[in-house]
Design a protein around this ligand. Structure first.
Ligand SMILES: Cc1ncc(COP(=O)(O)O)c(C=O)c1O
Length: 383
């Protein structure tokens, strides 16, 4: 099959809108324009009803109830609300937050911002595999801790954290557990009850839905413990003021339903695409290393280090494919990746690293072509 260039391989940064999602959204960008918070006429009711259907679809995918899903602008806002909302409530009563050094910046920065409410953050380290050590975590848990925040799937290296075990440790000590599931939702099975998760952050644009929409799952009994971080009309149960965007909510809901229906088939296909890519790279004979475990990961995510190569130069030479050096959001701050640093990857090697992100629309042919093309380019650089 003919390939179209450039081949998009940055599906952790964002995913293209699935045409089925766009179709479901379109009426809400046109004739169904009502404000979902208008309670006195059909226009408002229609929009509100569509949003509630979407809420149910999202809840369904994580074993939650529809009323436990709160819409907001994305996982960044969800992480901010979960962490800061809880810390503000617990100000003066608790004094510590536990998180992991490989979390997304919006989690790390939100934790640090809680200093103004008297909180101190403990950043747990990870092993070479990117996994948090459960006994290290357990040692930090005491009555001064308000919250533990650990992500599900890492955005740079794809490793899957042991959520069920973390949830169990937290619940046993009566400590709340927040999980940033932006890269995991719709890709791996998540169950907030079985995993004992109290707060979970979700994003629309990582699952072939629209940008600008996300959700925070808030366990029923935990809602009263969050202080809103946005003042206004008291929408979303008073927790997140602002008019909801029906088209985006509907799109997010449909994207979640599709991801749920196709999850196991897609995970198996991703694994095959990942293996095909790696095999081609191995066959080429170039020197490279995969960051993070090969099995315990989301197989749509592959961070590869080429020890003898400058990653920035490599990226600029790879014109036929769209890959990145790591987190899209970190590119504004440059510098080698703190996630790879936490894994013990030396700074020089971290600089020779690229992230290849496969997605729903990546074919096996595209992945294998990309692997051959990367290998060829690396060989050319070595001269
Ligand atoms: C792990 C993780 N958390 C949070 C975010 C932020 O998500 P959003 O773009 O929906 O704000 C991202 C996206 O880059 C992410 O990968």
């Amino acid at each position: 099959m003919a390939l179209n260039f450039p081949i998009y391989l940055d599906n952790q940064a964002t995913t293209p809108l699935d045409p089925r999602v766009l179709k479901a959204m379109t009426p809400y960008l046109g004739e169904k324009f009502g404000n979902p918070h208008s309670t006195s006429h059909r226009f408002g009711w229609e929009a509100a009803a569509a949003i509630d259907v979407a809420r149910g679809k999202i809840a369904n995918l994580i074993g939650a109830e529809a009323r436990e899903i709160f819409f907001l602008s994305g996982a960044t806002e969800a992480n901010n609300l979960a962490i800061k909302g809880l810390a503000e409530t617990y100000s003066g009563k608790k004094s510590r937050i536990i998180t992991v050094s490989t979390e997304h910046k919006c989690v790390l920065e939100s934790c640090l911002a809680c200093e103004k409410w008297g909180f101190e953050t403990t950043f747990l380290g990870v092993g070479k595999d990117g996994l948090v050590d459960l006994s290290d975590l357990e040692k930090t848990l005491d009555e001064s801790v308000a919250l533990v925040s650990v992500m599900a799937v890492n955005n740079e290296i794809g490793v899957i954290q042991p959520l069920g075990e973390i949830g169990k440790l937290c619940r046993a000590k009566g400590i709340l557990f927040h999980c940033d599931a932006a890269q995991a939702f719709g890709k791996i099975p998540l169950d907030v009850a079985a995993m004992k998760i109290d707060l979970m952050s979700l994003s629309g644009h990582k699952i072939y839905g629209p940008k600008g929409i996300g959700a925070l799952y808030i366990k029923k009994s935990v809602k009263r413990l969050l202080t809103p971080q946005m003042s206004g009309g008291g929408q979303e149960g008073g927790l997140r003021s602002g008019t909801l965007p029906p088209a985006l909510c509907v799109g997010f809901g449909v994207a979640a339903a599709i991801a749920g229906d196709e999850m196991s088939a897609e995970a198996a296909r991703m694994k095959a695409v990942f293996r095909g890519f790696l095999q081609t790279l191995e066959n080429s004979g170039i020197n490279f290393r995969v960051n993070g475990p090969v099995e315990r990961r989301w197989h749509g995510n592959l961070s590869i280090t080429f020890p003898e190569i400058d990653g920035d130069l490599l990226l600029s030479a790879l014109k036929k494919i769209a890959v990145s050096s790591g987190a899209a959001c970190a590119s504004a701050t440059e510098g080698p990746s703190y996630v790879l640093g936490a894994l013990g990857v030396p700074e020089k090697a971290a600089k020779g690293t690229i992230r290849v992100g496969f997605g729903r629309f990546t074919t096996g042919d595209e992945a294998e072509y990309a692997a051959g093309y990367i290998a060829e380019t690396v060989k050319r650089f070595k001269g």
